[in-house]
Design a binder for this molecule. Structure first.
Ligand SMILES: *[C@@H]1O[C@H](CO)[C@@H](O)[C@H](O)[C@H]1NC(C)=O
Ligand SMILES: *[C@@H]1O[C@H](CO)[C@@H](O)[C@H](O)[C@H]1NC(C)=O
Length: 408
């Protein structure tokens, strides 16, 4: 009897911990609740370790993630996998080695993993699997970049790492060494990795480089930190796995600012109407009342306080820096970037970052393929294998790879 009571209580506590009211249009809500409970546990452990003085919570979380998920560079009969360095930055390179009748040049993809510029690694099982699938399906050399992470590195270090590794791979000698066709190299990344990919292609336009990326594929990218109240931020603030305050915290870590500024950012106080440091032409670049179709705007209202917290944009000029926020680029730069594939998810605070960027690229004359997942959530594309296997994860991953196959 006692045993039964205890088990019932434990189950109730467990269900309470795991249960979240979620929209029923989400792919497999129960699985997402369990996944989210696992993430929350990581966060709690990280916070606890921080409070107890065992280390920075981000280090602790990354330690557990890599313990649970890290893999070595395991080659197979058809795939050579190597951990090496490009321009001093650690990378994992996947090369298909299937014997072919005619020697030929392969495609190439430079990939940046997600994780808020702070977490995760290209050496995790889920990214390792994604890159293997890509290498095999596209007959491509995939370079998965382990750029520096916060809190050990801050903007613009992550960005410079991404730029350096891209330039290194695109050099004629390195492409030749890997038998990659200079006309068929893509740049890609998810979440914070999509931010880095978008920023790098913009910079390469400005640099007038001779060897360029043929296409860019941005997976639910984060592209701006001036409006934390876009319709998607308002709609999905409490949807796992990327909660609204967590995205603000990631930005502040990336920009090396105090996490205490999060409430201010979330209130859009840094872009209040009384701030001279927020020019009108910058507002226009993030004006979702114009850049989003009505179906996404719904009835959401803009949050633009009349009075704000004066000095934030001066203290954190990176908030206005296109290298951190590629959505703020000038149209002239956008008009010269390669064709884009942009994946967005309905249940994601970053949905509108991606949609607005797609719209701005189109207005600049760039060919854009928008791939929107009505049942998708932030991060879903890397949840395509057991034990975190979602239907929308598998579907989105193969659609993304198919797009690369047809356009690269
Ligand atoms: C870039 O290349 C174009 C054409 O080759 C040239 O006209 C232009 O001056 C170059 N710009 C820079 C910044 O090097
Ligand atoms: C936003 O700015 C207003 C006006 O300066 C201030 O009263 C309010 O406390 C600020 N809110 C946050 C969260 O910083």
């Amino acid at each position: 009897m006692k045993f039964l009571t205890v088990s019932l209580l434990l189950s109730a506590a467990f269900a309470y911990y795991v249960y979240l009211p979620l929209p029923d249009t989400l792919s497999e809500p129960w699985k997402l609740m369990v996944l989210d409970a696992v993430f929350r546990t990581f966060m709690h452990v990280g916070n606890l370790a921080h409070v107890l003085g065992f280390g920075h919570d981000i280090h602790v979380i990354n330690y557990f993630v890599m313990k649970a998920e890290g893999t070595g560079p395991q080659s197979s009969q058809t795939m050579q996998v190597t951990d090496t360095f490009f321009a001093g930055v650690p990378v994992r390179v996947f090369e298909p080695t299937k014997p072919v009748r005619q020697p030929h040049l392969k495609r190439g993809v430079v990939y940046f993993h997600g994780g808020g510029w702070a977490l995760l690694s290209g050496r995790m099982r889920s990214y390792d699997l994604l890159c293997r699938n890509m290498a095999e399906e596209l007959d491509a050399v995939i370079v998965s970049v382990d750029y520096s992470l916060a809190p050990d590195a801050h903007f613009p270090q992550q960005y410079f790492d991404a730029l350096k590794t891209s330039a290194f791979f695109l050099s004629p000698e390195v492409l030749a060494q890997y038998s990659v066709d200079p006309q068929r190299v893509a740049i890609s990344g998810d979440s914070a990795g999509g931010n880095l990919a978008a920023a790098v292609v913009q910079q390469m336009v400005a640099d007038n480089r001779t060897t360029k990326f043929k296409v860019q594929a941005l997976i639910y990218p984060v592209l701006q930190a001036l409006d934390f109240n876009t319709p998607s931020y308002q709609q999905n603030g409490n949807t796992p796995i990327l909660y609204r305050p967590i995205m603000a915290r990631f930005w502040l870590e990336y920009l090396n600012a105090s996490p205490d500024l999060a409430p201010l950012l979330l209130a859009n106080n840094h872009t209040a109407l009384d701030l001279a440091s927020m020019p009108q032409e910058v507002r226009a670049k993030i004006d979702w009342t114009r850049l989003l179709p009505p179906a996404f705007r719904k009835d959401y209202q803009k949050v633009t306080p009349a009075e704000g917290s004066g000095s934030v944009l001066e203290e954190l000029p990176a908030l206005l820096d296109v290298r951190a926020a590629p959505l703020l680029a000038e149209e002239e730069v956008l008009s010269a970037v390669p064709p884009a594939y942009i994946m967005t998810c309905e249940h994601d605070v970053l949905r509108d970052d991606g949609l607005m960027y797609g719209r701005r690229l189109e207005e600049a004359g760039v060919a854009v393929t928008s791939d929107h997942y009505q049942d998708g959530f932030h991060g879903c594309m890397v949840f395509s294998s057991w034990p975190a296997k979602f239907s929308v994860g598998t579907r989105s991953m193969w659609n993304y790879i198919r797009w690369l196959k047809e356009n690269l």
